[in-house]
Structure formats: C-alpha cells, structure tokens
Design a protein around this ligand. Sequence first.
Ligand SMILES: [Zn+2]
Ligand SMILES: [Zn+2]
Length: 733
Amino acid sequence: MVNMRNAPPTPANYAQRSGRAGRSGQPALVFTYCSTGSPHDQYFFKRPENMVAGAVTPPRLDLANEDLVRAHIHATRLTETGLSLRRSVKELLDVSGENPTLTLLDEVRDSIEDLSAKKRARQRAANVLATLREDLSGVAWYKEDEWLEHVLDQVVKRFDETCDRWRTLYNAALNQARKQSEIMLDASRSQADKDQAKRLRAEAESQLALLTDVSSLQQSDFYSYRYFATEGFLPGYNFPRLPLSAYIPGRRVRQQARDEYLSRPRFLAISDFGPRAIVYHEGSRYLINRVILSMSESENLTTSGVKQCEQCGYLHPLQDGLGMDVCEHCGAQLPIPLRNLFRLQNVATQRREKINSDEEERMRLGYEIRTAVRFSQHEGTSSARVGEVKPLGKTSSGEEGEPLAKLTYSHSATLWRINLGWMRRKEKSQHGFVLDLERGYWAKSEQAVDEPDDPMSPRTARVIPYVEDSRNCLLFEPTVPQKPRVMASLQAALKSAIQVRYQLEDNELAAEPLPDEKNRRSLLFYESAEGGAGVLNRLLEEPNAMREVAREALRLCHFDPDTGDDLRRAPRAQEDCEAACYDCLLSYYNQHDHLLLDRFEIFPFLFQLAQSQVALSPTASTRSEHTEQLLRQAGSDLEREWLSFLESRGLRLPSHAQKLLESCGTRPDFLYEEYGAAVYIDGPHHRYPERQARDTQITECLEDLGYFVIRFTHHNDWAAIVAHYPHIFGGQV
Ligand SMILES: [Zn+2]
Ligand SMILES: [Zn+2]
C-alpha cells in the first residue's frame, strides 16, 4: 500500500511513487490525499485520470541555457583531467600558515591546466555540442567553436572563483576568532565585552570546523562535489543553485553541540534570511541577527545603485554613480535612484526562546520585496525577443485587429529582488536596514523597543539588501492597461494554465506583477527551476502556444473555451464558483491577492486571447514596427513584394535590410543576422553576364565570412525556395 500526502508534482512522479507497491504482479492500493489549499492538488482531484493514467511527458530542460551547457563542459574537462575534488574545498586550497593564502594548490591547478586533457575535452565537448545544434541556433550567446574555446580557456579561472564563497566564509570566521581573542585578552575591556567576545569566538571556531571537518562532510553543503554543483560550476539538478547560508548554532547539551549551515536559494533567502527574520529549524526559533561580512567588507562595504522604471519595472544599474534618464525598455522618465544597495551575504543566527506578538505580526506581514528585471545583453544590445498577440481574423471593417498584448522573452535575464524594509514600518519612504559595519549586526527597528538588542559598534550604515540571479523571463504587457483585479486574476490563471499545459511543478514557474503590486502594469513570468524549463520561449516562438494556454486558463476558470459558456464550477465540484475558488484562481501561495481574484473579470480578455496568434518579431521591436521599417528600407518594389510574401505567410522576417557588410563591399537586400544568411532579391538586370560575374564574386566572399547566400529572382518559385530552408525562414509553407 502506498499513501501519498499530496498529489505528486507530475504523472511521472506519480508513476514512480505508486510503483513502490505492487511489484512482481502483487495487488496494491494507492491513496493520494489532495489538500484543499493547493490548486495543484485540487486540479488533479477533479481530473484524476490526468494523474493516474500513466501518460508521462518527458522532462524538459532548456538546452539553450548557457550556465547549464557550460557546467557540463566543465564536468567534461574535469573528467578528462582525472582530478579528484576530494572531500572538502579545504583539500584543494593552500590553508597552511597563520595567514593562509587560500590559493589553489599547485597540483590542483596543474592538473586542471593540463593541455592534453584540454584537447580530449574539446573533442568530447564538440561532439556533444554538435547534437545540440538545433537548440543552439539563434541563441545570442552561442558562436560555434568560439564559445567552446572560450569556456575551455576560462576553466581554471572559473574553478578558482567558485571557491570564493568558501574563502569568504573561512576568512570571516578566522578573522572573527582572532579579533575576539584579542578582546578576551585585553585587560582594559569590561567583563560584559569579554563575555560577548567569548561567545563570538566559540561561534567562529564552530564555523571553521563546519567548513573543514572532513569526517562530517558527506551531508554538508561543503562536501566538494555538492559545493561545486551548487555554485554552478558543475551540473547539479538536485541542489538549489548559488544558495545563501545561515549559520545555526547548535544547542549545547552535555558539551555536545550540532552546529550547522542552512542554505536557501537566494531568491528565497532575501526574505527568509532577511534582517531580523525568524527561521524555524528542528523545532526551535532562530533570529537572523548578523551578516557574515568578509574581511574586506568590514573595512569598506561595497554598495551599488540602480534606477528602476516605475512604469515597467525595468532595471538600470548606475555606472560610476551615473545613470540614464529614460527607461531602455519603455522610454518613460526614470525616478531618482535607489542607493546603498547591499548584496545579501551569508548570515548568522541566534536562538530565540520567545517571540512577542509585535514580532509575530511583523513576520506575518513580511518585507516589502521588489523585483526588477533586465534583459540579457549581447554585444551591447538587448538580446530579448518580442512578439505581439494578435486576434485571429479581421474586424468587421476588414482590418486586422489591434494587438492584445506584447510579449518579450529574454534568455537568462538578470533578475533582482530588493528588500526595501518591513511592510509594517513607520516611514514608508525610508528604505533599508541599519547594519553594523564592524560586526555585521542588524539593528532592531525603532518600533521594537522591548526586543533584546545586540551591541552595535559606532560604525553603522543604512543599506538595502538585494540578491541577483539570471532566469529565463517572459514579460506579458497588455496593450490596453487593465484594472488591478484583472491583472491579479490573469496572473493566477495564466500561471496555472502554463503549469498544467506543460506539466510544470508549482516551483518551476514564478509570476509577479511589475513594476509592483500596487501598480500592476505587466506580468513577469520566470522559470525558477535549475536549468530552466524551456517553456516560456515556446509561448513566443510557437504562434499558437499562447492561444492554447488561454484556452486552458478558460477551462480552469470554469468556462467553455469554444463557446465561452459559464460552466459555473469545476468538474466534480459541489458548489458554484461565484468569483474564485481553489479549483480556479485561489491558491495557498497567492493569499495576498485573494480579495482581487475574480474569474468573471478576466473572461473577456481570456476569451480574446483564446482566439489569437503570436506574431514574432526578429528584433527587440514588435513585428509590425519591424515590418514597417524593413518596407521603408527596401530598395525596390520587388523587395517590398518579397517582404509581403513573407508577411502573408507568417514567415520569419529578416533582421536587417540593406546592411553594409564592409569586407565584401556589399549590401545584401536582407540579412538574417542570427542565422547567418544573406538574401538577395534579384531584378531582371542581374541576368547580364558582367552582373552575374560580380554576384558570384560577392557570394564567394560572403561564404568565406561564414554567410549563407540565398537568391530570389522575379521569376522563380519563392515558396519552393523558402520551403527548402525552414531553419531560416521558419514555418511550414
Ligand atoms: Zn520602463
Ligand atoms: Zn472557481
């Protein structure tokens, strides 16, 4: 018999878990409990056949995720060197002497640098990459051969950098142990100071032990194979990537203490490990009271500044303290910058017996966390892809309908999560928290009078903690601004629908309003699982994917996607759904939004979306803007005719028209830059012999540069040529 506490994430998990009973032809009974607070559980409770019938979609990974592909290349390179990572990072670094350098041991460096291993790794990696050619075509970061060579050249450097988190923790603990020893031996200090120093030194010694004690490492974050995976150097599908750690002092029972480091993915750590947050661990409460500052930071804290667009949430880092004035994404005027942003580090905790009702209330309301996005850049320009969701069919006056929304997709965009302060704070305009720059303590808030405090040193600063990571992102911007109720409901409906349609687990996809909850102008979706799910780009690349998601959303909201009829409740549900229920929009995780959620509010918009198609634009402007620009630049009527031909068939448009390729002294009529294809639309005069000789010469020159040349003439069959190169023109003709 198998009992499952919750509906498993996907049918694949169900098959695996239920398969634990009933082996070798034995009968078995499988129970699955579905909790009322989980939309996932409720969805499958109402539609059990989708979970138990055994239809499993193969797992998906985003094979065009640079971090993921790079980690596999690293693994190949290490395998070829035969280097063992041993048990602890300590065994790879020079930790000898009073002031250890913590540099890579010579034998480790030599082994990774070994040239014959590099050569073998290059061969193996090239074979693997060859099988990914299709996934990697059209990806901005990937240039065949060049990219691999670069990664292989950087292996030692990356390996070295990967050890930095460990170095920082080690140095910080070493530094703390020394400083506190000095205080303990300083006769001029008060007894209270000495007692505190004794505590802090014991804590530091314990941290050093955790980082280096190889006997207990197997389960630890600092076991070297696990460490290199969580830091993203090696592939690691089971661990949170680039986590932050919180030091938890163990309870001392008869001299036996079990200290440990807890880790969290950094996007959760920004709130879970935020200033003076409470963490629950093995039945006890711990207060995050301190940041583990590195030695250099306690001398000189590095902070940065950003401007975030108040219209769209786009992020603009300040360079040399200077920033731009208008938003790169939407062109709106940018506000004054946020300064003193402090990248959240590893933290330390203190056990707390009690928390008072004030703290409880503050914890319940949580922090004001803001998310900001910046699309990945490639050679100075945004590598985002843009599409428009357009209604199918024409309006009554025979024209194309106005687009419903704009979609922008970016591979591994930079996301920031910024902790502006407690939701419950007196001065809403005051951001951040006061940090003790010497010892790393977080000051308690002004309101918390009766909370115990840590002794602050005189050197303090107000800082705004943030974390940064890169994720595949999709921005969904309705063309006509929608009410907050619509945006909140749309967010819940689309998120669930994407998950159902692509069998994603709840934690694989995140959705947030931008620029913030009070001002919901667009929806940001991002793939939150390691390696990405490779789903969001399909909503842009596949013309009908968004429509299918909208149809699924209608079904989830108890509407018939074909007729629009209100079905009033989920299949097998007992009661009618008046506005929102746990079968449609409500979930345990969106409680903040519950009052806003209403399926009737989004019906008109969803129903339109369910009869739409996505038109992809090859550049960062929308397809219609781009077409207009190409038409303006086109050099002849025949060229314009060719563009209309592509447009009418929904084929991929060129990225450029008449762009000069200097080294061949030619301006191809059109260029597909990402695909390395040059297109010529030849009029009748190209039939003359001297013109033909020149054309051949240009073709040869372009081919030497790595371009693929395609010629269309006024009399050949365009559809046949296009059908010949689906990887360039896309679509089926
Ligand atoms: Zn903007
Ligand atoms: Zn409902």
